[in-house]
Design a protein. Structure first.
Length: 136
């Protein structure tokens, strides 16, 4: 199952919450991105989905991507679409919002894998009642 998260604030927090929930219940969980995410302390740098065959899944999600300095960047989108062959749950941060609560996508955004089963749209609550020009 592939779950993609798009929109504004809350994607990363929500993605890790869902990931930990399922991993603690014995599911093989992968967290990745089709854009960039802040690099967590523990991650695995891979180039292809098939490399997950060698990964030992425990009670925490496995975070994967390519090293991009302070961030992790995406595998090729074709590889992201193959991840569900090697994990029970794949969580994809499929949109960047530069830490703003609302996201208005540009052309070509968000980058949602074609085989996404569930798409969750996020928005930061701190945008409610504010001018849109100040929050996106």
């Amino acid at each position: 199952m592939i779950i993609s998260l798009v929109g504004g604030g809350g994607k990363t927090t929500t993605m890790f919450y869902i990931g930990r929930y399922f991993a603690k219940r014995g599911k093989k969980v992968v967290i990745t991105t089709t854009t960039h995410i802040i690099k967590p302390e523990e991650y695995i740098e891979i180039d292809s989905a098939k490399e997950l065959e060698k990964v030992e899944f425990k009670d925490e999600p496995v975070v994967i991507g390519k090293n991009a300095g302070e961030k992790l960047s995406s595998l090729d989108i074709i590889e992201v679409q193959e991840l569900d062959k090697f994990a029970d749950i794949v969580l994809v941060e499929a949109d960047g919002a530069k830490r703003l609560p609302i996201k208005i996508p540009r052309e070509g955004e968000p980058v949602i894998p074609e085989n996404t089963d569930i798409c969750i749209v996020c928005m930061g609550i701190d945008a409610v009642g504010e001018k849109i020009s100040e929050k996106c």
